[in-house]
Structure formats: C-alpha cells, structure tokens
Write a protein that binds this ligand. Structure first.
Ligand code: CAA
Length: 380
C-alpha cells in the first residue's frame, strides 16, 4: 500500500493550507460569533478551484481526484468548519451527482457554473418529518405533459439561503408496492420556490441552512437528473461520496483541536512544569493523535475506492462514523487539556467541540452509518 501523496496532491494540500491559515483562520472566531455568511471566502475558494475539486476541467472543475478533495477539505475545515461544509455541499452533494447522473445539457448549463463557483448548489433530501428514513419523504412530483409539478418542503438545507439551484428529491410514483422517487434540478426564482429565514444552530454558525418550500413549481422534463423513478439511488450514491467529505471535515476539526491542545500544553505550567510533561496530558494528546490518524486512513481508503469507481457505501460509512465520533472525542479532550480556559469563548476549542457535533448528524447520523455497515458486514 502506498501512503505517499503524489506531487499534485501535495500541491493542493499546501495551497489549501496556506490559504486556509492565512485568510480563513484569522476570521473563524468572528464568523462563529456573528454567524455572517463568509462571502469573500466562498469567492476565493471558487477562484482556487475548491468548489468543484474532482469535477473535470471541461465542466468548470479542478480535474483532481477524491484524495485531493479530502486533503483540501481537511485544510479548509481545520481553519473553519463552516467554510468546510459550504465547500463540501457544493462539491459532493450538488456537482458530483450532476456529473455522474446529469445530461450533457445539465453539465453545460448547471454543473459548469457551479463547479467553477460562479453559482452555488444545495441538496434537498431531508423533510420536516423524514430525516433518517429518507424514503418516507412526502414532497411530490406530478407528471404533466412536457414536465412536472413539484409540491413539498425540504429542511436543514445547508447553503439553501444562498444557493442558485437545489437538487430536490420527490416521490413520483406511488402505484407499486414501493414508492419511486425522482431527482430534479430546481433553480431559485422558479415560481412557487420560497425559503424561510435561516436556521439557528449549536455550531457551524456561518454555514447557513434553511427550509425551502415548493408550491406548484413547474419544471420541464429537462430538470430530471438520472432516470425518473431512480432518484433514491441517485440520493444514496451521492451520500456515499458526501460522507467522505464530512469525514474530511471532521478530520480538520479534530486536527485544529489537537494543534490548539499541543500549543497550550507546551505553554501552560502546573506543579512547576509545562503541563505537556504530565503523563495525564501526554496520554490524552497521544490518544487524540492516534484516533485522528486512524480516521484519516479510513477516509483516504474510502476516497481511493471512489477514485477507483467501485461501490464504497460501507467504506464511506465507516470513515464518516469513525471520523465524526473521533472529532467529538478529540474536541472533548481538547477542552479538558485547556481546563477552565477550554470552556471559555476566548479559546477556539469550545468552537471545535460545537462544530464537531454536527458531523455525527448530517449526511446520515452515526446510527444510519452503523445500519449501512451492518447491511454490508451481515451480507458478506
Ligand atoms: N447506492 C446506490 N443504490 C443504493 C444505495 C447506494 N449507496 N443504497 C441503497 N440503494 C438502493 C437499494 O439497492 C434499493 O434499491 P431497490 O429498491 O432497487 O432494491 C434502494 O436504494 C432502497 O435501499 P434500501 O432498501 O436500503 O433503503 P432504506 O429505505 O432501507 O434506507 C438508509 C436506507 C441507509 C437508511 C437511507 O434511508 C439513508 O441513508 N438515510 C439517511 C439519509 C441521510 O443521510 N440524510 C442526509 C441528508 S443530506 C444532509 O445532511 C446535507 C447537509 O446538510 C450537509
């Protein structure tokens, strides 16, 4: 097994690290406090090609691989987890499925401006009464002559308040024993498309989300992504990729918490020595570093499988499950290393703790990841 990154992968990692540490990290506390949408950072991420990392250049992307995407995601998220998820949703949940399932026209008209970051995308699967059990959605797509009419609501839509287009999943066939779903591209501005005020959350304050409503939204047949009736598979295959992005976000959050703890442990003294010399602190730092590395390897493995074009549902689920719970554990220990200061908003680790928590919930809770892993291990 080759653990060495290619020169191209090292270059994107270093470019992302330099940009993230110079231009994002100094603003992260302010973004968390104000909840301001980081417009200038989103624009700069677009210029650097970070909004469509693994999309071919002919469709506005960076033409790189999934490992490069993971490397860039970790760096951006280490500086600011909100910026990380804005990037992840555009890459994994919007551009990736259009590239994989979209028509040539959709790739020209929608993918190209979104992968290049001139426009922003979001993903509408979750509804007020259907989250983990995604098939029970009630948003409806009715076939008309020459098109479709969409009615329903989607909530917790990350990037929703700022996105130009949403990839929406709706039930389009209730005639058989199993309902069938279809994926649609709905541009903001379509009559009947409205959204409410943004959500207020425990963390990732600068990554805005909202509920989007569809009231008799009329779409043409050209809005369908993939085949009608196969939308649930589009959603699931998309999440196989998305979960790698969230695992990488968790790596970034955990790394930031570990780095803050290492710095603090070398500076802060107790009982006459820097606390880094106490075994109690060393053991915590060692566990944090080991778990972070284990999560990184799981995430790289899932990304390698994605690049190889083989199905990677359990591998992505394992990466996301382990990395997200690891990030919470690492951020928890980071607060412990910092003592009272760790609980204060003067230090960054309380933010990392709040930001880590969402990685265990969105793009499938830890419990859903365990179901995906169980389905594969039990059938082996
Ligand atoms: N790839 C392709 N097809 C897949 C698939 C995959 N990874 N997983 C399942 N399918 C197919 C199955 O083969 C099956 O096909 P057939 O009907 O032809 O047999 C069909 O999809 C249904 O599969 P299941 O019977 O396994 O479906 P289920 O109803 O039992 O649900 C689940 C499975 C894993 C629980 C799924 O509902 C799930 O992942 N739930 C969590 C949803 C989720 O992650 N939501 C996150 C929202 S996005 C978000 O969070 C964005 C954000 O803000 C950042």
């Amino acid at each position: 097994m080759d653990f060495e990154l290619t020169p191209e992968q090292k270059l994107i990692r270093d470019t992302a690290r330099d940009f993230a540490q110079r231009e994002i990290a100094p603003k992260a506390a302010e973004l968390d406090k104000s909840g301001r949408w980081p417009d200038e950072i989103v624009k700069k991420m677009a210029e650097l090609g970070f909004l469509g990392v693994a999309i071919p250049e002919e469709y506005g992307g960076g033409g790189l691989d999934a490992i490069s995407y993971v490397l860039a995601m970790e760096e951006i998220s280490a500086a600011c987890a909100s910026c990380g998820v804005i990037m992840s949703v555009n890459n994994s949940l919007f551009c990736d499925p259009i590239y994989k399932f979209g028509t040539e026209q959709q790739k020209k008209d929608v993918l190209t401006p979104t992968a290049s970051g001139q426009k922003l995308g979001c993903f509408g699967l979750t509804e007020p009464m259907s989250g983990s059990d995604a098939q029970t959605m009630i948003t409806n797509g009715e076939k008309t002559s020459g098109g479709w009419i969409i009615n329903g609501a989607k909530n917790w839509i990350t990037n929703g308040p700022h996105a130009d287009t949403v990839l929406v999943f709706a039930v389009t066939d209730r005639s058989g024993p199993k309902v069938k779903h279809t994926a649609f591209l709905v541009p903001k501005g379509t009559p009947g498309y409205t959204q409410n005020a943004r959500d207020h959350k425990l963390g990732i304050h600068a990554a805005h989300s909202c509920t989007i409503f569809f009231d008799n939204c009329k779409l043409g047949d050209d809005a369908v992504v993939g085949n009608p009736g196969e939308g649930f598979k589009v959603a699931m295959a998309t999440l196989d990729g998305g979960r790698i992005g969230i695992a990488a976000q968790a790596l970034g959050i955990a790394r930031a918490a570990l780095e803050a703890s290492l710095g603090y442990a070398k500076e802060r003294k107790s009982f006459g020595v820097p606390i880094a010399q106490h075994q109690a602190i060393q053991f915590m730092l060692s566990d944090m570093a080991t778990e972070l590395e284990a999560a990184r390897l799981l995430t790289y493995r899932a990304a390698l499988m994605k690049d190889a074009g083989v199905r990677h549902s359990p591998e992505s689920a394992m990466a996301k499950l382990y990395a997200s719970e690891m990030a919470t554990r690492v951020a928890h220990k980071a607060i412990q290393v910092h003592g009272g200061y760790g609980y204060s908003t003067e230090f960054p680790v309380e933010r990392h703790y709040r930001d880590a928590r969402i990685t265990e919930i969105y793009e499938g809770t830890s419990e859903i990841q365990r179901l995906v892993i169980a389905a594969s291990t039990l059938s082996a």
